[in-house]
Design a protein around this ligand. Sequence first.
Ligand code: SF4
Length: 98
Amino acid sequence: MEHKRSEDCPPEKESMEQNLFICPHLGLIKEPCERDSNPSDANACHAQKSPARIIQSYQLEFCLTNAHTDCPGYISGWIDGIPKSLTRSSTLKDLFKK
Ligand code: SF4
């Protein structure tokens, strides 16, 4: 799977320790090589062609932590697109609804 940020971006400004925890797909919507290291509406997932802003609760739980390796987007990419439940106005609970 393509890990866009880690392959296409220059070495990151954050410390190596921070980089181990933050998902390589997280970046600003128009600047995939930049990101806010705190939950922010500016952060987006670049694991698919069209990046999407991710809800802050999911960033806090997954994107900005070691748990990003459990994210379906990280594991296999968003083959069917990023679930709407992960974008902005939804809650983390909605993510696991079918
Ligand atoms: S949604 Fe998943 S793949 Fe996308 S930045 Fe967050 S943890 Fe990474």
